[in-house]
Design a protein around this ligand. Structure first.
Ligand code: SF4
Ligand code: SF4
Length: 454
């Protein structure tokens, strides 16, 4: 029987590109590379306007050695260092590089020519740090930070190959076309963690990917493939851990605190490529889909490529597009600029035409049907959080565990009254996180109260 978790929903999959092979696109004439591509520390530029850079050269780093290094995805000349607004609406510095199309390669990082068995965990962590690899899980973090935190604490390595958002098939294609890269990365992670076995979590709608992995020649004791029920949000860390181990991830704690560490399939492949080929993270697979493009597909894209290039490549007409989403439809961000750059965490670009434009439905009144409560994967009571937020009762929201909401969007999706549950709960979280700390009940302490009310 497939592994699963409590709550969640079945969504229409729209996996239209599951059979579309990964196609590399030509690097554009200019790339714009943001210096902050995740929630960890932002980088500062270590190049200046007019410098010539090689492909793979470090162009952004943090002073404290935290965060992901940022590398040039093309060789060329630094044209500009300026501020842009990213997909989350934050201001971030970015570096504009004019591509010279000479593909001059940086000699660092170099491939690792040592036998994996002779490497220490610290050497592996450092190699991953130098390659600027980022893990876009529920808690997006530089892969080396996640790994170093888990060394000595985690006894279960879980590789997240679920890809539960509709439309997105980038991971699925990676598993079908390059399973050896994913397994190669797993071997490196196992060595760093001093573990013998990894668990690959893969949804039951990707049986062909299971076969592709199983065909590889590896010690069967080293990898266990775990078939997960196709359900949203199966890919969330807390849900995978619960499904596989029965353990609940305490609010605000990293998985390593309960003995688990999770990495995405694309992170494993990036780690393998950094060790085998000395390749830093300068390109990624992006699914492009939606009715705004005539030829949806999976593209291998240099970081910093404008979104508009991907849409044109897939035969989309920018003037007929109404909405562009970076990521999946449930958790993705609507982009306001078609020239926004592809970043290390862009798994999909979804373009929807004006025909698909929907007038937002008016919010009705809660009919206490209980659907939001039944479906919430975090066992929260969304209707109560919404009601308390509307009454400006933030203390009540906190008591009802608002901070453990993962913003999965399930409650809004199922609500027949079309209440904007997720966005209101998100607003309550923002207000609470920005408010000065006071002595209010923790989500854990109010667990029984929440369940009682539900
Ligand atoms: S799903 Fe909507 S209508 Fe039903 S209980 Fe929740 S908030 Fe109320
Ligand atoms: S958005 Fe938050 S409250 Fe709503 S279902 Fe997801 S976890 Fe639960």
């Amino acid at each position: 029987m497939a592994f699963t978790f409590k709550g969640g929903i079945r969504l229409d999959e729209h996996k239209n590109t599951a059979r579309s092979p990964i196609v590399p696109i030509t690097a554009p004439s200019v790339v714009r590379i943001p210096l902050s591509q995740h929630i960890s520390t932002a980088c500062v530029p270590c190049v200046k306007v007019g410098d010539l850079v090689c492909k793979g050269q470090v162009i952004g780093q943090t002073q404290e050695g935290e965060g992901c290094l940022i590398h040039a995805s093309v060789s060329g000349k630094i044209l500009e260092i300026s501020s842009i607004t990213d997909a989350q609406g934050r201001q971030t510095e970015s570096i504009l590089i004019e591509n010279d199309f000479e593909d001059r390669l940086s000699d660092a990082p170099a491939p690792c020519d040592k036998d994996l068995r002779t490497l220490t965990p610290e050497q592996i962590v450092e190699h991953i740090r130098l390659a600027g690899i980022f893990d876009a899980g529920t808690t997006p973090l530089p892969a080396f930070e996640k790994l170093s935190h888990a060394i000595g604490k985690a006894d279960k390595l879980i590789v997240n190959c679920t890809e539960c958002e509709p439309y997105v098939t980038a991971n699925h294609r990676l598993l079908l076309e390059h399973p050896e890269q994913v397994v190669g990365g797993i071997k490196i992670l196992l060595r760093a963690l001093s573990l013998r076995k990894a668990y690959i979590a893969i949804e039951d709608n990707k049986r062909d990917a299971v076969k592709a992995i199983a065909k590889l020649d590896f010690d069967p004791e080293m990898i266990r493939i775990c078939i997960m029920k196709s359900k949203y949000p199966q890919g969330d860390e807390g849900q995978i851990i619960y499904a596989l181990t029965g353990k609940e991830l305490p609010f605000g704690k990293p998985p390593a605190d309960i003995g688990c560490v999770l990495f995405g399939a694309e992170t494993c492949a990036a780690i393998y490529n950094a060790f085998a080929h000395g390749e830093p993270l300068i390109r990624r697979i992006v699914t492009v889909d939606g009715d705004g493009v005539d030829s949806p597909g999976n593209l291998l894209v240099p970081i910093g490529t404008p979104v508009s290039d991907l849409i044109r490549f897939c035969d989309g007409e920018l003037s007929s597009i109404n909405t562009i989403i970076s990521g999946g439809p449930m958790r993705g961000q609507a982009l306001c600029d078609t020239d926004s750059p592809i970043t290390k965490d862009t798994c999909a670009i979804l373009a929807f035409s004006k025909k698909q434009k929907r007038t937002p439905e008016k919010e009705g009144s809660c009919i206490r049907c209980g659907k939001c409560v039944e479906s919430c994967p975090m066992q929260l009571v969304p209707r109560e959080l919404y009601r308390r937020f509307k009454k400006n009762d933030l203390t009540g929201c906190e008591k009802y565990g608002v901070l453990s909401c993962t913003q999965c969007g399930v409650c809004s999706y199922v609500c027949p009254a079309r209440l904007e549950l997720t966005s209101k709960i998100g607003s309550a979280q923002t207000l609470l996180r920005s408010a000065p700390k006071k002595d209010t009940a923790s989500p854990e302490s109010s667990e029984s109260e929440r369940k009682e009310q539900s």
